[in-house]
Design a protein around this ligand. Structure first.
Ligand SMILES: Cc1cc2nc3c(=O)[nH]c(=O)nc-3n(C[C@H](O)[C@H](O)[C@H](O)COP(=O)(O)O)c2cc1C
Length: 332
């Protein structure tokens, strides 16, 4: 049985994202992989309601990291759990990912963070719990991913946030991104099928995924196969946030912290190994986050008179502004 590659398109039916993901999957199949394809819009997935039951369950050992809501997210979750690699394509809406993409990322959320799940697994095993009371062990499998962002605009900056935001899908489960494509100017073609170079790049995406899956060393498995190195050496994106003292920068995507300078007229960022290991794409950075939540989040009941303190806000109820109509019922 070949390795399993899952493709997910967040675009319109049979439009650019669908075709690009399917084309990359075809290249994977040619190399002997088994594939599955999901269209996000075909899945009925509701938003995270913020109850945090998934995370509390993992922290207390009472849960396995599942959502209290059972909908088509379970289909996507099972497909990722079975997969060895994922290929995602997302359209740009308002310079960023689509609402559905973000909805799905929120459902992946902390419940799929491998450091939360691994701690629950280790503690459960030590306590002699049965396997089916522990987080799904497939969560700890190494997986790779390729990310494809698509935007209609001819100006690259109009897709600036899409690819960075797509890492929200991969980082909680610890999926390693090894290739990324930013396709802007999509509206200059009726369909990506009229742009042979981009279709060829999709063949390459499939081949890159296969090469990573067949790698004999961890270094080769993780080798970056994207078109450019980017600025961040961990996630290879170019989105930096300037620190308050305006001397250092953080990678917005993965949190790597570096020092900015200009050398030979070019922006340069230097990172220490210690800071790179704190990236949320790496175990150390993830563990630091799950530990800060476990040790510093205040449990319910910490503020004794909270109900009383909340009461004025519960009583503060105001209706929406009424429609402003003229005497004929037309909007003013
Ligand atoms: C609500 C909405 C907002 C959009 N905003 C952007 C944008 O900010 N930048 C951009 O490049 N394209 C934008 N587009 C164009 C889509 O990214 C483009 O149509 C893309 O091809 C959609 O992917 P699909 O063909 O796979 O469905 C927008 C489209 C919609 C519907």
């Amino acid at each position: 049985m070949g390795k399993k590659v899952l493709g997910i398109s967040f675009g319109r039916k049979m439009s650019n994202c669908d075709i690009m993901v399917k084309h990359a999957l075809m290249a994977c199949e040619q190399a002997g992989c088994e594939t599955a394809f999901l269209r996000a819009d075909d899945l009925n997935i509701t938003n995270c309601n913020g109850c945090i039951a998934c995370t509390i369950g993992l922290m207390t050992g009472r849960g396995r990291g599942y959502c209290v809501r059972h909908d088509d997210f379970d289909i996507l979750d099972e497909c990722v759990m079975q997969s060895d690699a994922v290929i995602l394509a997302c359209p740009t809406y308002e310079t960023s990912v689509t609402g559905r993409f973000k909805t799905i990322c929120d459902r992946i959320g902390p419940s799929h963070d491998i450091t939360f799940r691994k701690a629950a697994w280790d503690e459960g095993m030590a306590a002699g719990k049965p396997i089916d009371a522990l987080p799904d062990a497939r969560a700890f499998k190494k997986r790779t991913a390729a990310l494809i962002s698509v935007g209609g605009a001819m100006t690259e900056n109009w897709i600036a946030l899409t690819l960075p935001m797509m890492y929200e899908f991969t980082f909680p489960w610890g999926i390693d991104v090894i290739d990324a494509v930013e396709y802007y100017g999509a509206m200059a073609h009726e369909s990506v099928l009229g742009y042979p170079e981009m279709m060829e790049r999709m063949t390459q995406v499939g081949r890159h995924i296969v090469a990573s899956l067949n790698a004999e060393t961890e270094e080769e498995r993780l080798r970056w196969r994207g078109d450019e190195e980017g600025v961040c050496p961990v996630c290879h994106t170019r989105l930096l946030q300037v620190s308050h003292d305006k001397k250092t920068v953080d990678c917005v995507v993965c949190g790597s912290h570096g020092t900015l300078s200009i050398a030979d007229g070019k922006i340069r960022v230097d990172y220490t190994q210690e800071e790179l290991d704190r990236s949320r794409l790496r175990w150390g950075g993830k563990l630091e986050h799950s530990t800060e939540i476990k040790t510093q989040a205040q449990p319910a009941g910490s503020i004794k008179n909270l109900k009383e303190l909340k009461q004025p806000y519960a009583d503060f109820v105001r209706p929406p502004f009424p429609r402003e109509e003229d005497a004929h019922g037309n909007l003013k």
